[in-house]
Design a protein around this ligand. Structure first.
Ligand code: GDP
Length: 431
């Protein structure tokens, strides 16, 4: 579905507007500093059209971090949304922060609507007119809390909103990589190392949609698009400590990528934060390569501990290859590309139905599903319903236990090799 992002300073009424749009009647859930909300996108329906609304205001910074957090919001909106609504408080007028956001949004290719909120009286109407100065066209006067003007705004949103969401993948284009990991694991160091001195950055690759925050690098004779690397190259980094935006960014980077490179600092104990990123990667269904960085700092004692931590913490992704590198010294960095290629090949892999079923017949004959209570279910046949990631459907006469599905997944991996990619096994019961 196409995505509408609502951006703006704290307290301009973003959440109220979102609630209006999605038709939620109960009291607005106010944004609480430091509280991470799970959901930032909500399905909406207007005049029979469905779309998603993203509220980017879940994290309200202190005064010092305001400017920065707003630009994060705007940047995120520009790369993920199909239309942006900038909400400004008409009773206050355009602040320098509003001006900064407007400047950024004017450069974006995404259509932008300006909403002048809190227009509850004629006097405020006059104030709202001054918002033309933001250079985003007509300020559309609304009162989100009273509902005034919001229907007109919604009509406009639908007029401007493309029918289909923006293209994320282009066949034959560069493979899209998300470089992920907690702050200071060495993401920028690795990116710089990979790009090398000459910065073989390509801006204009035929048939691709390159966000300004992406970087295209040629490695081993082919192009790789590292998504959402804004801030990774710059020495002054943005928003490192801001958990909420960090997780939004991670999710958005995963959305627009095919493979995740998860960086973990090998010299330090694996932390909750590492595992949170890992969980997001697993949920996304992307291909995965686990990169242990700072290997130059790993001595024998640390290595011993690390092995145990890996056994414990990475047991969920036994299929992911691990590489030990040092972005600092360049050690083993050249090994990355073949492993990424392998993971993506697995992610794209399709097993012909004939081959799949002749294999399945043998597997099931040798290890039939266990009976639960009454009769044992029969596995009749299978198809690969999807790639990216490979997704299989088993047609059965009854419920298959999770243990048996895992068994089938293991056997699938042994036979067809899906190293580096998740594999999904679904069951459909035929009566
Ligand atoms: P980011 O926050 O993930 O982008 O991390 P940076 O690339 O900024 O790295 C954080 C710090 O770790 C910097 O001081 C780097 O110089 C250092 N660093 C990065 N990679 C390595 C490595 O392989 N070995 C060592 N010893 N230090 C590293």
């Amino acid at each position: 579905l196409p995505v509408v992002a609502i951006v703006g300073r704290p307290n301009v009424g973003k959440s109220t507007l979102v609630n209006r749009i999605i038709g939620r009647r109960e009291a607005v859930v106010e944004d609480v500093p430091g509280v991470t909300r799970d959901r930032v996108s909500y399905p909406a329906l207007w005049n029979g059209r469905r779309f998603m609304v993203t509220d980017t205001g879940g994290w309200e910074p202190d005064a010092k971090g305001l400017q920065q957090s707003i630009s994060e919001q705007a940047e995120l909106a520009m790369r993920t949304a199909d239309l942006i609504v900038l909400v400004v408080d008409a009773t206050v007028g355009a602040t320098t922060t509003d001006e900064a956001v407007a400047r950024a949004l004017r450069r974006s290719k995404t259509p932008v609507l300006l909403a002048a909120n809190k227009v509850d009286s004629e006097r405020v109407e006059a104030d709202a007119a001054t918002l033309w100065s933001l250079g985003l066209g007509e300020p559309h006067m609304i009162s989100a809390s009273h509902g005034r003007g919001t229907a007109d705004l919604l009509d406009l949103i639908l007029e401007e909103l493309p029918e289909t969401p923006r293209e994320r993948f282009v066949a034959g284009g560069p493979r899209r990589i998300a470089l992920l990991g907690k702050p200071n694991v060495g993401k920028s160091s690795l990116l710089n190392r990979l790009a090398g001195e000459e910065r073989s950055v390509v801006d204009d690759v035929a048939g691709t949609t390159v966000d300004p925050v992406d970087e295209i690098i040629e490695l081993d004779g082919r192009l790789w698009q590292f998504v959402d690397t804004a801030g990774l190259r710059r020495k002054v980094r943005t928003a490192t400590g801001h958990e909420y935006y960090a997780s939004l960014r991670t999710r958005s980077a995963l959305d627009s990528s095919e493979l995740a490179l998860l960086l973990i600092d090998a010299s330090q104990t694996i932390t909750e934060q590492d595992l949170r990123v890992l969980s997001m990667i697993i949920d996304s269904g992307r291909a995965l390569v686990v990169v242990f960085n700072k290997w130059d700092l790993v001595d024998e004692d640390r290595r011993y501990d690390l092995d145990k931590e890996i056994d414990r913490e990475l047991a969920r992704v036994p299929w992911a290859r691990r590489i030990n590198i040092s972005a600092e010294t360049g050690r083993s960095v050249q090994k990355l590309v073949p492993v990424m290629e392998q993971a993506l090949a697995s992610w794209d892999k399709r097993v012909p139905t004939g081959r799949l079923n002749s294999w399945l017949k043998d597997i099931v004959a040798a290890n039939p599903p266990p009976a639960r209570g009454g009769r044992a279910p029969r596995v009749m046949f299978a198809t690969q319903a999807a790639t990216r990631p490979p997704t299989f459907v088993l047609f059965t006469t009854g419920f298959l236990e999770a243990g048996y599905r895992r068994f089938v997944e293991r056997k699938l991996r042994e036979e067809f090799d899906f190293t580096g990619s998740p594999v999904r096994v679904n069951v459909r019961v035929r009566e």
